[in-house]
Design a protein. Sequence first.
Length: 405
Amino acid sequence: MHQPPEGKKGLRMNAKTTTKAKAKSAPRTTKSAAASATKAATRTVAKKTASKSAATGSVAVTGPTIIKRTEPKIINMALQGGGAHGAFGWGVMDKFLEDGRVQVEGLSGTSAGSMNAVVYAYGMIKGNDGARQAMHDFWKAISDAGQKFAPKKMPWDIGMSQKENPLQDMMKSMMSVLSPYQMNPMNYNPLKEVLEQQVDFEELERSKKTKLFICATNVRTGKVKIFHTPEVTSATVLASACLPQVFQAVEINGEHYWDGGYMGNPVLYPLFYYTDSRDVVILHINPIERPGPPTTSADIANRLNEITFNSSLIKELRSVYFVQQLLDNGWIKDEHREKLKYVLIHSVRADNAMSDLSSASKMSSDWAFLTMLRDRGRALATEWLQHNFEHLGVRSTVDLKREFL
């Protein structure tokens, strides 16, 4: 099992043209010299990879891809929420960090996605290994905090974290009658303590390494609210993850906020306007597609929740496709083309990887369950990088017309 480590825009043709130009201008070497250089590079990479693998407990990644690596590709990431299922997103990001071939410029996050975004950005102050360690420590702290409130399991309860839990059914019934203002008048939220223990928000505010865009829903106006890096505190992250049936609305500067998923799960547009990279990798937690209609009450409610929390994202993707069509078909005058960014969309989708999990498992804090989700995320990220890395900066890997129109 994987262990944590110790311790600009432009047209698509530009990348290919530049690469060819560099290849032509590069000085030629003899075959023997080239072979010697390749062997030396291979030995160097092998030593570094072996050392890193020993520290992380992961499988070493070797081959021509690493030998050819120069600078990482710059991308943006948009992170969905989904309660404990956010640990799947942890796994995807952990693999991206371990791989090292991409660098994240901007992170847009909602709910659990906002927590992953903030912890990632804070850890990146110390580099890739720092981010990996920070995310591991955060999710372990979530598990430890959750176990304080979780009832003891009986032998017949093994695996209950992935099934409908009678205790959770009882809590749902209570929440349909009593509001969080009545059930939790002191407004205690264990996530606040975990966040403030794991993230130094003052240090994060001063960091210029990763741009953050945390999404919440303004209760009064019904509009989306985006908190940028200097505004990000534990309160803004809690606002982004504030399910109104579970927690009291979070007040920030006189306004009250609920979970950002109602208006954007996640929101994409800040990544268009406030970053230079035109690649957006969406990390889906809520399955977009499921085979067959749900038949139980719990499954129906879960599917409605997935559809609701995916709807705003799908609308934004349709807008991206519209702009792509304007540029591809020459419908914009030349003097105005530079005012529009040609965004490249990529998706890491959890439809298959998460389809066997019920809505009840979103409330699980069991460490074995969370690390299982992490490992699923790492596996999918490994496959995704293998098939899609070469297309970053070149073209979209999602057919927006086929998938969302």
